[in-house]
Design a protein around this ligand. Structure first.
Ligand code: GLN
Ligand code: ZN
Length: 752
């Protein structure tokens, strides 16, 4: 029985790869130095896996930027505007694809399924040509062989590649490219088959809803690929869900092996094992590649035995559920976690050992000690007083429908709010954060390392807030914000103040390119011991006669951007967070805050991959938002904010949030997004973003006015607000002042 991971994090224990890439971009190291840094990473990662006891090492999971980009490069599928660079020889040209260059727009980037990893979106032009254009993968296979290891080549499959690609012309069907694309895959597989026993081809698309005719095309294509494969075996890897409706496909597939995700979709084991022809291999994804918790080894071993009864031991492989790319690298780098909680966790390095242990158990090696340790950790976690807060559990049990519903319908509330707030038509506001100057960052850093005491810190932050309020008054904005200078990150800031959260010091996960994030960990029942934002908001309100919006992150977003406990349903954890935010909303209202905004930019990305699962998610997500917001009186105005996702499909649920005002990013799509809101007759107030805050560019007054005219075509003036697309923390003051001045001027012009 072979053991393997589907892929290993590339960045390195200390983010060595990130540092090397950025040094290359700064021109402080040469291309050769960067290439060497890459090679070092690969060898190190393979060594970790081999030493843990895994039989196969993945080759092809490494990338200097992104694996989809590398696949596009290998297939010669490079957008025409970049010419035809040799990306193996010219890393600068390679990075240009991802990051753009002089007058060359970068390729787009978007989220990899429902993870927080972003891939580069391949572009398929009409009559796109494909040709084998990189030998990177073959060279890396040789590297592994030279190191005395058994390489398993890994690459995204043609269907997943094309599914995730975009056609450069809306009227051109990207699937026309399948045949040419397959021809190159054939060449790749043929070359790999000479040195690899296994070739892992990732087709997570098998776990999605697919169009009619998909299965036949899929079988035909893999029948073709298989002809290039002997003597190697293709391991078709699925993950992030169940194969479900495509189960029948398995009997027709010519490929030697199949990998299934038994963490996300444990229920599929029996059906798959029974359907799979007896001469095929099944790889069991038993160790979670998406989270940081230890695997329950005895339970995983039981699943393996269940599969073995049907398929026999020697037809099984044991692996991670998906690539370990989504986990931090090494738990041993953590020095500040409470030992008790740390003992419940496993990062990529530890997960490799878990996989190896399961393999040993299967080959009859004594693993009693490892299983006992796994059990002990599970017992410790299940019984720890750190995890349980009976008061919180009782509160969740006691939730009643009226807690998630405003006192009066929108039409009545808005009248009362308008009376109270006395805002002009087309009120102007911002999304919350203002430029985080180096001074502000330095102040936070000094506080963190203890160089600044609490009272000096508060004074410094208050002066940043005062300044920010004055700027907004000078600009003539109508609804002000305190500017969020005290917040490092919109989730971490709240997590740090809530019970049930903990933080790693080195738990970095690649988000895109060289960018890494360090998600908080939710290990226990969530509870708010004391107010989190009230003093900052009330301080800001004291500086001005205009209304200051209170600013909070919503429960769904906090959930989506954290490592979430796996010992209770996500919905339950989300409700607990919702109650904590509800307490904050209540306290803000008590302190006199008339407008409170609860950001939910992650609402869309929490959506399950299969449509059949959407409603259940949307129900508890909407309920959580409403739990967080509905304690307030009719006269308190609730805002929400969303950005950078596709809202059309969930517009009903957005309306069901029943926020009095929603601000959404819209300027990049030229207000197209508003069509969905108009078609649906979205009932409440809307602030479509009229300034794309992702570049320092200052939108001219005329442009803002014209965007607003577009908005006015579909939304009546009484319900329209004016704001930027998103928060301004990454911007500098000069462009912020200039752009907001234009926004205020546009509002005034339109009011006239
Ligand atoms: N209030 C947050 C800010 O302005 C919202 C950020 C977001 O939407 N991601 O920074
Ligand atoms: Zn935003």
């Amino acid at each position: 029985m072979r053991t393997h991971s589907l892929g290993f994090p590339r960045i390195g224990r200390d983010r060595e790869l990130k540092k090397a890439m950025e040094a290359f971009w700064r021109k402080s190291i040469s291309q050769d130095e960067l290439l060497n840094a890459g090679k070092e990473r690969r060898l190190e990662n393979w060594k970790i896996q081999a030493e843990a006891g895994l039989d196969l090492v993945p080759v092809g999971d490494f990338s200097f930027y992104d694996h989809m980009l590398d696949t596009a490069v290998t297939l010669g599928c490079i957008p025409q505007r970049f010419g035809s660079p040799d990306c193996d020889a010219d890393l600068e040209a390679y990075f240009q694809l991802a990051r753009g260059g002089d007058h060359l727009p970068a390729m787009e980037m978007t989220k990899w399924f429902d993870t927080n990893y972003h891939y580069i979106v391949p572009e398929i032009a009409p009559y796109q040509k494909f040709s084998l254009s990189s030998s990177r993968l073959f060279a890396q296979v040789q590297e592994a062989l030279d190191a005395g290891l058994k390489p398993k080549a890994v690459l995204p499959g043609p269907f997943t590649f094309l599914h995730l690609a975009k056609s450069t012309r809306p009227d051109y069907d990207k699937w026309n490219a399948l045949d040419d694309c397959l021809a190159v895959y054939g060449q790749i597989v043929e070359r790999l088959s000479q040195s690899c026993e296994w070739i892992q081809i990732d087709e997570p698309i098998l776990c999605l809803d697919t169009p009619p005719g998909f299965s036949q095309r899929f079988v035909d294509a893999y029948t073709r690929l298989q002809q290039h494969c002997a003597p190697a075996k293709i391991l078709l890897a699925t993950y992030f869900g169940a194969i479900d409706d495509k189960l029948s496909l398995l009997t027709a597939l010519p490929t030697a092996g199949l990998h299934i995700d038994l963490v996300r979709a444990p229920q599929q084991l029996n059906a798959v094992a029974k359907t799979l022809p007896k001469d095929k291999f099944l790889s069991l994804g038993l160790v979670d590649g998406r989270n940081i918790w230890k695997t329950g080894l005895p339970a995983a071993d039981k699943k393996k035995r269940q599969a073995a009864e049907i398929l026999g031991n020697d037809r099984l492989l044991i692996g991670s559920s998906c690539s370990l790319l989504h986990c931090p690298v090494d738990l041993n780098s953590e020095t500040t976690l409470a030992p008790e909680i740390k003992n419940w966790m496993a990062f990529a390095v530890q997960k490799c050992s878990e996989i190896a242990t399961l393999g040993k158990a299967a080959s009859g090696i004594d693993v009693t000690a490892a299983f006992a340790q796994s059990d002990a950790a599970a017992v410790s976690r299940a019984t720890s007083p750190k995890v349980v807060n009976l008061g919180v559990r009782q509160r969740v049990d006691d939730i009643t429908p009226d807690m998630a519903s405003r006192k009066s319908p929108f039409a009545e509330r808005i009248r009362l709010q308008k009376d109270r707030l006395q805002l002009p038509q087309l009120p102007t506001t911002t999304i919350g954060s203002f430029p985080q100057t180096s001074e502000i960052r330095a102040t936070r850093r000094q506080r963190k390392i203890g160089e600044l005491d609490e009272s000096a810190y508060i004074t410094a932050m208050q002066s940043a807030i005062t300044e920010c309020i004055h700027e907004q008054e000078t600009l003539g904005l109508d609804v002000l914000v305190h500017g969020e200078p005290e917040r490092n990150d919109m989730v971490e800031y709240f997590g740090e103040q809530l019970d049930g959260f903990c933080f790693t010091t080195n738990g970095w996960v690649q988000s895109y390119g060289s960018r890494c994030v360090k998600p908080p960990v939710i290990y226990g029942d969530v509870h708010r011991p004391r107010p989190m934002t009230v003093s900052w908001t009330t301080y800001a309100q004291k500086q001005t006669a205009k209304p200051v919006k209170g600013m909070l992150t919503g429960p769904v977003t906090i959930l989506c951007w954290s490592f979430v406990r796996d010992d209770q349903p996500r919905s339950q954890t989300c409700r607990q967070i919702a109650l904590a935010i509800r307490d904050e909303v209540t306290d803000l209202e008590k302190a006199g805050t008339a407008i409170i905004q609860i950001d939910e930019p992650a609402l869309r990305e929490g959506l399950p991959l299969r449509k059949q699962d959407w409603q259940e998610y949307l129900d508890w997500a909407v309920q959580s938002f409403k739990l967080a917001t509905c304690s307030v009186d009719d006269t308190t105005q609730i805002h929400t904010h969303m950005c950078y996702s596709e809202f059309n499909e969930i517009i009903e649920s957005i309306a069901a949030l029943d926020a009095d005002v929603i601000s959404i990013e819209a300027s990049r799509s030229n207000m197209e997004l508003l069509d969905a809101f108009a078609r649906f007759h979205y009932p409440n107030e809307i602030g479509p973003g009229i300034w794309d805050i992702h570049s320092p560019r200052v939108p001219p007054l005329k442009e803002m006015v014209s965007l607003l005219h577009k908005a006015l075509d579909v939304i009546p003036a009484e319900r329209l607000w004016m704001n930027p697309d998103c928060g301004l923390k990454t911007r500098d003051w000069p462009e912020t002042r200039a752009s907001l001045a234009n926004m205020v001027a546009a509002a005034r012009a339109l009011r006239k």
